[in-house]
Structure formats: structure tokens, C-alpha cells
Design a protein around this ligand. Sequence first.
Ligand SMILES: *Cc1c(COP(=O)(O)O)cnc(C)c1O
Length: 382
Amino acid sequence: MEVKVDQIEKRSWVEVNLGQIERNYKLYKESLPLDVEIMAVIKADAYGHGDAKIATLLSSLGVNIFAVSNIDEAVGLRNAGIRGDILILGYSSPIYARTLHYFDLTQAIVSEEYAFELAKTGYEIKCQFAIDTGMNRIGISSGNAEEAASIVRGFSSILHVTGVFTHLCVADGESEEDNSFTSEQLHRFKAVVDRISDLNLPYVHCYNSAGGLYHLKDDEFNNKIGKIVRLGIALYGLKPDRNNVLPDGIKPAMTWKSVVSRVQQLPVGATVSYGRTFTTNRPSIIATVTTGYADGFSRRLSNHGFVMINGYKAPIVGRICMDQTMVDVTDLPEVKMGDVVVLMGECGKLIYTADDMAKDLDTIGYEIICGISKRVQRFYVK
Ligand SMILES: *Cc1c(COP(=O)(O)O)cnc(C)c1O
């Protein structure tokens, strides 16, 4: 049965606006030089938005390079009918060599040792070498460009090497120091790329969302290393860093909703929830909301955050429970059982994004949207 979005009355659910994802993609792409291609980063279930759905939408818009974090995500996409290149950005055990090959997946090479192990399996696996230019996470160190280049070259006759890439660690930073570190990383990467230009690798890339926005210039230098941007967070309408500015019109595509299960009047001096950390200091009306920390609603918002009901803010009172949360609705127009609660997104004139919640929790928007758990069903709106 097809459920219309305005009829959804789940316990806790997310509405993903696919039209907004499409606008974000187009606006981001328009901000880049014309010939720059997008690799859509849809790891972690497309940052919680639903990877198959997002990949299908982007495929229809002409995207045919995708990146995920692991082999299960990659196989899931193939099983959902996604074609094109799928790059696995992190380690897959070499015992999965046959699977990588069978599903025509592209594996990131995380070290020289790893390349040897993959090569030993005898499968001519599609792969791209990660080059470590300063993140110190994965890849062949670019400390000696000559050596890094010769490692890639050596394996190009054994494995099916389709590219090289690096990852920037402060592309979202604004300080002089961050900018010079990024520039250093780009130069180190280019030094390796220059030494293997004869291999004519089709996939050479280094920019994430922030890199594409703030460091990609349309010049000779970039012609060598910057023709593909790995677009993640900005596709979902969030900022790489709280201080960043996104192109006009790029906005979050996700709204997280829940409902009121019960409303009760409490006298002065009553306490709410585990640990009795909240005491009413006036006759109060307390509503119970059917979302808790097991849904990804951070317990650190206890006595600290708020939810939105009918266009008003209702402060969270007491500790957030596993599946439920209590809020103070004393100052709101009448709240009833079944009223829709917005935890994140737009509600009347109010807007509270994952970036806003991240600020309140001293983290990043990425962690908020990836943290909304599986049991929170995703619905799609245009
Ligand atoms: C996650 C990831 C990205 C995307 O980064 P955003 O900041 O979300 O754009 C790009 N490249 C690599 C290697 C990643 O792991």
C-alpha cells in the first residue's frame, strides 16, 4: 500500500525531499567549472538518506560514479540495480576479492601491503590507489613522490588500476595555516600524479565538498588533479564546517518527525523521567514524544534541547529515554495526542537543521544525520 506523506503517522520517521537533493546537486555542480564531474559519496546509507534511493535519483541526473565506505554498501547498491562505477573508499578484506570482481566494484588501495595481498588472490580487481598526503589515515605515503609513483606503476600490470586519489583534512578550514596545509597536500598529490601521467588513469581526484567549493580553481594545476569532486555533505544540504557558507539555495533535505503519545498536567514539584533531573517549578503540561536515543536522538539533549510542535518550540525536560522523550508544552497552544512533532527540519516559521543540532551538541552535522538509526523509517517527498 502506498502511504501518502501527509498521512504518515509513525512513531519516529524521516522525510527526505528528493527535489531538494536534486537542487543541491545541480547548484553545487553549477558552482564548479563546466568540465568537472561529480562522484556522489553515498556511504553510510547516503548519510542516512537512503543510498539506493539517492543513487537512483542521481543516476537519472547523469551521475555514474559513486563512492561508499565498504563492500556491503557496494553490493547493496548493485543489488538495487545501480550501474556505473562504485568506489569502496575503505578497506575490504582480501577474502572478498572474488566478490569485488564479480560485482565489478572498485576497491581503494589502503597500503602497499594491501595491494600485494589483493594481487595474490589472482583476481584482476579494479582499484584506485589512495595517496596519503597528510591525513595520515590510508594510502601510499606521498613523502617520496617518486617511490609512491613507482608503487602505483608496479601494480598497474597486475591489478586493474583505474585511478589515484587523496583526501584533504582541512579543506573546510579558513585559517592561513589550514589553507597552506591544503595547498601542500595538493602539491604533494600532483607530484605523484605527474610521475604516472603516462598511465592515463581516468580517475584522479582529491576534492571533497569543501575542497570543491573553496579550493578548486579553473587553472592548469587543477586540470591535472581536479576534474572530479567527491561530493558528500553538501549534496545533503549541510555544511562541512559550521563557519562555511554554501552556495545559495543548497539546503537540508531531511525532516525528522515523531508524534505526541500522551499529554498530562503536573503540579509544582513533580519530577520527570529517569534520575528525576527535572522538577516542575509551576503547574505544567508535559507531552511525551515517541522518539528516544535508540532512534539516534542524542541523550545529551536531555534538559537542553527542544522539539517543535505546531510551529512552537517545546523544551526537552528530564532525561531522554531509549524510545521516548518528554517536553514542556505549558506555554504552547493546546497540544494533543497524535500531534506531529518535528525534531529536525522546518515547522511553521521555525527551522532547526542538523547543523543547528550539531552546534548544540558540539559536534558536526554529519554525525547527526548518520546517527539517525535504522528503525526510523525513511519516506520520500518530491
Ligand atoms: C566521506 C568522504 C568524502 C566526502 O566528504 P564530504 O565532506 O562529505 O563532502 C570524500 N572523500 C572521502 C575519501 C571520504 O571518506
